[in-house]
Design a protein around this ligand. Structure first.
Ligand SMILES: Cc1ncc(COP(=O)(O)O)c(C=O)c1O
Length: 410
């Protein structure tokens, strides 16, 4: 029983743990059909997009919401609304999707990366503080993988330095921090509904806020800054078209009714798994702040870099389809960021007058965020989701404990 399946022993599970179920069903079809029958697919003709944005904001306990084409677009609308100037600096996380970073550069602002807390993989407020300069204008914390960032010190920094706060909640629907949902603590909370998120409409996003003026600007930003009122057509400022269709809103509306079940189930399964593997030698499971709630976009743990590949092979042989890591390198080491491939050959706004500061050139290089670089080499990903049963969790824990004991002995 103790011999690893990888070495010829009996696996804990004959059939690998990979539960999945139908995420989209009759209600999505019904609402989609309703939209098609209405003949109104565009959000300025129909009402679904606006209704969904309001329902989502209500569900988060916020007053306003703007629904757009993606999570990237939601962040872009939020940054457009807070009105950054070229060369302004926005502090964000090095382990995230490019959708967090693109909107910063699209507004000709400069992403600055703060290092992470290795237990939550959310940005470390102390490191954020060290990276604040006179040019810093916003914080863009990424609530990573179902967890919440340590928001109180971040909000305190924002207050002291007069910074806008845009929360990237794409991976952390319904996560809680000291009794508050993520997305409700900064100026904006931004969510993604791409295929892989807690709820999905294929692609889509929403930015929620309690500030009426910011909401108005974000709404304008999503539609070419065209107010669509009055006789005379006008465009108030430079803005893209991020309009989403009524079809996506129909699917998202049906999905929203399932959100609490999805996040509650993931929270319970993930917390149970942590409680069962907490003593596994050499294993560092994802940690949740003591008074927080994690909704596990996926489940991750860390082991020593030297054993990770073999550890993953052993987990898989026992029936737990784990994989190595999430992204392979921090986003600042992607060519686009590292080599500042922005607009033509200009590298704008880096190195361009009047934004250039020869005494303080921004450099993206290895060593910029050592914790982030290390944890990406140690992380193991387990695709826990709402279709896992408690038995699946028990089996996963048995597998992790078995494999961990082997690697601790050898
Ligand atoms: C943390 C984070 N931010 C932003 C995004 C961008 O979302 P979208 O793919 O909807 O543009 C993602 C998507 O993967 C994400 O995980």
């Amino acid at each position: 029983m103790n011999e690893l399946a990888l070495h010829g022993g009996a696996p804990v599970r004959d059939n690998p743990i990979a539960p999945s179920g139908e995420r989209f069903g009759d209600e999505e079809i019904r609402l989609l059909t309703e939209v098609i029958r209405s003949q109104k697919l565009n959000c300025n003709c129909g009402t679904r997009v606006k209704e969904f944005a309001q329902s989502f904001a209500d569900a988060m306990g916020m007053t306003h919401g703007v629904m757009v084409t993606s999570g990237t677009a939601a962040i872009h609308c939020a940054l457009g609304a807070v009105n950054l100037n070229p060369g302004d600096e926005v502090i964000t996380a090095p382990i995230t999707d490019m959708g967090t970073i693109y909107p910063i550069l699209a507004q000709n602002a400069v992403p600055i990366f703060a290092d992470l807390d290795p237990d939550t993989l959310c940005i470390d407020p102390e490191d954020v503080e060290k990276r604040i300069t006179a040019k810093t204008k916003a914080l863009l914390p990424v609530h990573f993988c179902g967890n919440s960032c340590d928001m109180e010190p971040l909000l305190d920094l924002a207050k002291r330095h007069g910074l806008a706060v845009v929360e990237d909640c794409a991976q952390s629907f319904n996560a809680q921090y000291r009794g508050r949902k993520v997305g409700t603590m900064g100026d904006f909370g931004c969510f993604s509904f791409n295929q892989y998120k807690h709820i999905s409409c294929g692609d889509g996003g929403v930015a929620v806020t309690n500030d009426e003026d910011l909401n108005e600007r974000a709404e304008l930003f999503s539609d070419k800054a065209w107010p669509r009122s009055g006789d005379r057509r006008d465009h108030r400022f430079l803005a893209p078209n991020y309009r989403v269709t009524e079809l996506q809103a129909a699917v998202a509306t049906a999905q929203l009714t399932k959100l609490d079940w999805i996040t509650d189930t993931r929270r319970d399964r993930g917390d149970l798994l942590t409680s069962l593997i907490n003593d596994a030698p050499g294993v560092h499971p994802i940690q949740v702040y003591p008074d927080g709630e994690c909704t596990y976009w996926f489940y991750w743990l860390r082991v020593k870099e030297a054993v990770r590949a073999d550890f993953v092979s052993a987990l898989r042989a026992e029936g737990l389809p784990a994989t190595e890591g999430y992204i392979q390198i921090p986003v600042y080491l992607y060519d686009v960021i590292r080599e500042k491939k922005t607009y033509g050959d200009s590298h704008f706004p880096y190195g361009c007058p009047p934004f250039r500061d020869p005494d303080n050139e921004i450099e993206y290089c290895e060593g910029l965020c050592p914790v982030a670089e290390r944890v990406l080499r140690e992380m193991i990903r387990i695709n826990l989701n709402e279709f896992w049963t408690e038995q699946d969790v028990q089996d996963a824990a048995q597998i992790i404990n078995k494999v961990a004991k082997f690697f601790a002995r050898n």
